[in-house]
Design a protein around this ligand. Sequence first.
Ligand SMILES: *[C@@H]1O[C@H](CO)[C@@H](O)[C@H](O)[C@H]1NC(C)=O
Ligand SMILES: *[C@@H]1O[C@H](CO)[C@@H](O)[C@H](O)[C@H]1NC(C)=O
Ligand SMILES: *[C@@H]1O[C@H](CO)[C@@H](O)[C@H](O)[C@H]1NC(C)=O
Ligand SMILES: *[C@@H]1O[C@H](CO)[C@@H](O)[C@H](O)[C@H]1NC(C)=O
Ligand SMILES: *[C@@H]1O[C@H](CO)[C@@H](O)[C@H](O)[C@H]1NC(C)=O
Ligand SMILES: *[C@@H]1O[C@H](CO)[C@@H](O)[C@H](O)[C@H]1NC(C)=O
Ligand SMILES: *[C@@H]1O[C@H](CO)[C@@H](O)[C@H](O)[C@H]1NC(C)=O
Length: 487
Amino acid sequence: MSKMRGRVLIPLPNTGAMGRKRNNFYMRSIFILALCIFGLLQYHNFNYLDSRDAMLSESITNDSVDAIMSMVPATLHKYLTPHTRNHSISAAGLQLNSSGSSLGGSGSGAATTISFEVYRPPNNTEIKRQIVRYNEMQLVLNEETFGPLQNDSVIIVVQVHTRINYLRHLIVSLAQARDISKSLLIFSHDFYDDDINDLVQQIDFCKVLQIFYPYSIQTHPHEFPGVDPNDCPRNIKKEQALISNCNNALYPDLYGHYREAKFTQTKHHWWWKANRVFNELEVTRFHTGLVLFLEEDHYVAEDFLYLLAMMQQRTKDLCPQCNILSLGTYLKTFNYYTYHSKVESMPWISSKHNMGFAFNRTTWTSIRRCARHFCSYDDYNWDWSLQHVSQQCLQRKLHAMIVKGPRVFHIGECGVHHKNKNCESNQVISKVQHVLRIARNSHQLFPRSLMMTVPSLIKKSKLRKGNGGWGDLRDHDLCLNMTMPTR
Ligand SMILES: *[C@@H]1O[C@H](CO)[C@@H](O)[C@H](O)[C@H]1NC(C)=O
Ligand SMILES: *[C@@H]1O[C@H](CO)[C@@H](O)[C@H](O)[C@H]1NC(C)=O
Ligand SMILES: *[C@@H]1O[C@H](CO)[C@@H](O)[C@H](O)[C@H]1NC(C)=O
Ligand SMILES: *[C@@H]1O[C@H](CO)[C@@H](O)[C@H](O)[C@H]1NC(C)=O
Ligand SMILES: *[C@@H]1O[C@H](CO)[C@@H](O)[C@H](O)[C@H]1NC(C)=O
Ligand SMILES: *[C@@H]1O[C@H](CO)[C@@H](O)[C@H](O)[C@H]1NC(C)=O
Ligand SMILES: *[C@@H]1O[C@H](CO)[C@@H](O)[C@H](O)[C@H]1NC(C)=O
């Protein structure tokens, strides 16, 4: 970059006045001039993009479906195209009415001979059966194509709830990442859904394994860990709860509220998944490499694995005390021009570093020894609980190496429990696409080396009491039970 800047500072003559004399001197001049103009353009580009980059959070990008599709290679469109199961039903319905159909006419001739089956979603019994089957089989898809998992390969674990639209984009981003074919992609589901399963099973760019959280609200709709009819309502007063003798009347959270199943599920799922991946799956038995944690509404840059490998290699000399590597931050604006190859290190903070982080079995083993802290801390957030573990229990606290130019982005504006009006909007996806395109076109991805920067002033993260929502002893027990060895 500095080289580029140095060159373009040469003042330029007016190009319009160039004569047409054909001799070597002029040819050379033209060539040099062209170089200079090119350089100048680049320089302007830099400045322009720099400010544009900073403005990106406010600027309007085209977030129409067409525009977003146009940024995705055609071979990956299949992951973005929903195959709604009701399509066949409505098609059949339309066919029966024969004439006057407003359909595009696609396949109308053949349709008369095909008998459409009406799609019935699986019932609860069937879902439970399938979950047991999947979890017992531990079938690794695409293993024939990509070979067995190496002990030091990266395992990517994605926690999936129900937001299939975001998941589609995550998969598209993963598909474009360098070295993705060497990794194992594990999807951990707390909701069984045929459409989500179809999407995941369509993946053909790396090994894939699906695991299913077995204590979900979906499979326990009227009993713990779902909502038991006799559970105390969230806002009931303790005295009243005791009189009505509802479940766990004795154990409201530290703000006096009773358990809400949907809020406890995410923490349970996180803990179950980590235990499952490190301690129970056959395929990971000898795995010593990194496990990277993602969620359904994340989006990765194409160099995220490249960077992760580099950070892992450099840990020993750049940050010997680091035991967790973080690829994402919640910046409002992204400035790859100054940050693309920079890393910093600091104590792991849940609210800053809970996205796209990775650690190996060594770190996990120490966390797992603190299960009691994780499982009984009165906070329904897994990340706050993990920070609590780090501060209160670990001998070697969680210390993170963090990329300053994020490689994992959060595209799910709305969170699991929020229903804003703009939730289906593609705005953030579109913005991330643009940020990455700019970074790619100006060669800011795949840096050749890493640079450790002095971290910006770290506020001492003070110990806080939990956010509550985790006072029910049944939750503590269930969480602890998941820590029992089953392999
Ligand atoms: C967005 O992009 C689509 C397809 O590229 C185009 O048809 C549409 O006019 C664009 N909309 C705006 C507001 O630029
Ligand atoms: C299919 O249609 C049924 C009833 O019309 C609806 O309840 C269900 O949500 C639809 N499913 C999908 C995947 O669109
Ligand atoms: C098809 O026919 C049924 C019954 O005759 C009618 O209720 C329905 O609206 C028709 N559908 C279309 C798309 O015309
Ligand atoms: C659930 O689905 C299975 C298989 O589709 C079926 O055999 C069973 O009878 C269904 N059970 C109930 C309670 O509907
Ligand atoms: C992984 O490590 C185990 C135990 O050290 C060893 O038996 C196995 O061969 C290794 N597998 C691979 C693929 O390197
Ligand atoms: C696991 O990570 C720790 C740092 O947290 C490192 O010291 C150790 O060498 C790593 N283990 C392996 C097998 O890579
Ligand atoms: C935890 O395990 C114990 C012993 O197996 C069992 O009695 C208890 O019901 C389990 N608790 C939960 C919440 O699953």
